[in-house]
Design a protein around this ligand. Structure first.
Ligand SMILES: [Zn+2]
Length: 554
């Protein structure tokens, strides 16, 4: 067989490069991203990294005419092939360089900070002016904006304060990067409002971030040298990155006191632990592309930026878990569907989803193999993952062969027997971290209804478990033994829902206002063990279905 193609790229480089699907008829001169072969004998006509020539196209046409089986293209239908994207003139204009972030000098660091500031201030603004004559409710109640500038010209201090408070609450609700214009110098806005417009503060922030290990890719215009965008990877702990990233900014919107700020930070770490199992001191990597100039935005440029950075990242670094934020407004953050293990909304107060991937290297490779425009993929992933929690429960925690987790109307997820289960069979065990609290009501919101009490001031919380899907019933067929183990108290037939009486472990201030168990013994409101009628207590104790800690404290 004669060689009809020229190899232009290594197959691997071609495989991971951005690609597009085009008609075979237009493929001449383009570099293949996939293999096409005749079978038999199975020898490829073209492989990734080689160039389509008129000969290759002719050969495929005649093979098709001779009714040969061709794999890798549907000759009878669309006749499309995968080829590398033509990066064209856009790429030629760009100068892309990678630096170790700690080696960036002071003037470049300032340049990056100024780039941030100008980019943010170039965001679309909605200007609002408030004057004495204007009613305060002229503040638009619902706005879809990323930033706005405000002018307030009120001499009445009382009225001005009300106006500021209203602004704060709108800003907080919408979690905007609001920007105070120069004539607002006399007005004190919360810190978050002008974080990115204060030159000195912004420079300080960027210097601080660059002091962490990591890499920065800078994209400049080849002729003018103008900075157009950057990509930053950082290695640090969850705490370190949270505190120095603008992730904490949205929290500042609600910060009127340090105590509030501390509480917010605490909640952030609890949520990150809850969603991703990451503790504040766990090492992580983050990666984000920042404010690519509008004229160069897109997956191709991103690909060019990330490739040299990826080559520098050591295997050790690449094995770190990755955490990043996706902006729903389309600023350039860097993740995509194929490598995001989990995407969670609401971890950050600005409602941008935070994304987790178990390994950085996985992220990089899979990113580059993604065919779709990354930006589009992100939004799609974000939308699809709104229901993440439910899916996560269902897909991960049905490892017990006797049962199945499925939604059950207003009860939410419930556990059903799929086989007959004899009495005294272990069904599930609560696993998780132990939290100390004098009250269930004071537990963080996310764990309030999912924690199990294991001592007078101790609660176990870990959402990843079958145990957490078991519903309460005032007439249960399961009980609890030791502190965390749910077991059947009688024989159970296939198809029956499994449930236990939450009061068998709970003796705190936790209250379930309206019980939906529907049993004849239903008490309506469900409180703690002490609230149970004497005869039910006696029955539960006799059946040894009450948590050890309650039995010891009677
Ligand atoms: Zn009930």
């Amino acid at each position: 067989m004669t060689r009809k193609t020229d190899e232009c790229l290594r197959p691997w480089d071609a495989f991971i490069a951005p690609t597009e699907r085009i008609d075979l008829a237009r493929a001449s001169g383009r570099i293949a991203a996939s293999t096409i072969r005749q079978y038999p004998p199975g020898i490829p006509e073209i492989i990734p990294g080689t160039q389509y020539s008129p000969d290759v196209i002719k050969s495929l046409e005649s093979a098709h005419a001779a009714q040969a089986k061709i794999i890798g293209i549907n000759m009878a239908a669309d006749r499309k092939v995968d080829v590398l994207k033509d990066l064209g003139r856009q790429a030629e204009k760009l100068d892309i360089q990678v630096f170790e972030s700690r080696s960036i000098d002071g003037s470049t660091s300032d340049e990056i900070a100024d780039f941030f500031r100008t980019s943010f201030s170039a965001a679309p603004y909605y200007h609002f002016a408030f004057h004495e004559s204007e009613p305060l409710d002229s503040l638009p109640p619902t706005l879809d904006f990323e930033a706005y500038a405000v002018s307030i010209a009120l001499t009445d201090p009382e009225k001005r304060k009300t106006c500021q408070d209203a602004l704060r609450s709108v800003a907080y609700e919408k979690a905007v990067h609001a920007n105070a214009s120069a004539d607002l110098s006399s007005i004190i806005l919360p810190k978050g409002f002008h974080l990115w417009t204060d030159k000195a503060l912004c420079r300080k922030h960027i210097k601080d971030r660059l002091s962490d290990p990591g890499y920065v890719t800078l994209v400049r215009h080849k002729d003018t040298g103008k900075l157009l965008g950057l990509l930053h990877s950082r290695m640090g702990t969850v705490r370190r990155i949270f505190q120095s990233e603008e992730w904490s900014d949205p929290l500042l919107f609600s910060t009127y006191s340090d105590a509030k700020k501390l509480a917010d930070a605490k909640q952030f770490f609890e949520k990150v632990d809850y969603h991703f199992g990451l503790k504040p001191n766990d090492p992580i990597m983050t990666i984000s592309a920042q404010v690519l100039a509008p004229e160069i935005q897109g997956g191709d440029v991103f690909y060019q930026m990330i490739k040299p950075m990826a080559e520098l990242i050591s295997p050790q670094h690449a094995a770190l878990p990755l955490l990043s934020e996706i902006s729903l407004h389309g600023t350039a953050h860097v993740l995509n569907t194929s490598f995001t293990d989990r995407i969670v909304f609401g971890v950050l107060k600005n409602t941008h989803p935070l994304v987790y991937c178990s390994q950085m290297n996985q992220a990089l490779f899979l990113f580059t193999s993604e065919k779709k425009h990354w930006h589009h993929a992100l939004r799609k992933a974000a939308r699809e993952n709104l229901e993440y929690r439910k899916q996560y429960f269902i897909s991960h925690h049905t490892d017990n062969k006797h049962v199945k987790v499925r939604p059950n109307g207003p009860l939410g997820l419930a556990v059903f027997a799929i086989k007959d289960i004899p009495a005294k069979t272990r069904i599930a065990v609560f696993r998780g971290e132990t939290y100390r609290s004098t009250s269930a009501v004071n537990l963080p919101e996310i764990m309030r209804d999912h924690a199990i009490q294991v001592g007078p001031e101790e609660f176990v919380f870990g959402y990843k478990g079958l145990a957490h899907c078991l519903c309460h019933s005032c007439d249960p067929n399961c009980g609890i033994r030791n502190l965390t183990e749910i077991f059947t108290i009688r024989d159970i037939a296939a198809g029956e829902q499994l449930s236990w009486d939450y009061r068998c472990s709970e003796n705190s201030d936790w209250v379930l206002e309206t019980c939906l168990c529907g049993s004849e013994r239903c008490t309506g409101t469900v409180k703690n063990f002490d609230s149970l009628p004497r005869e039910i207590k006696a029955e539960y104790l006799a059946k040894s279905m009450v948590s050890e800690w309650i039995r010891e404290n009677i």
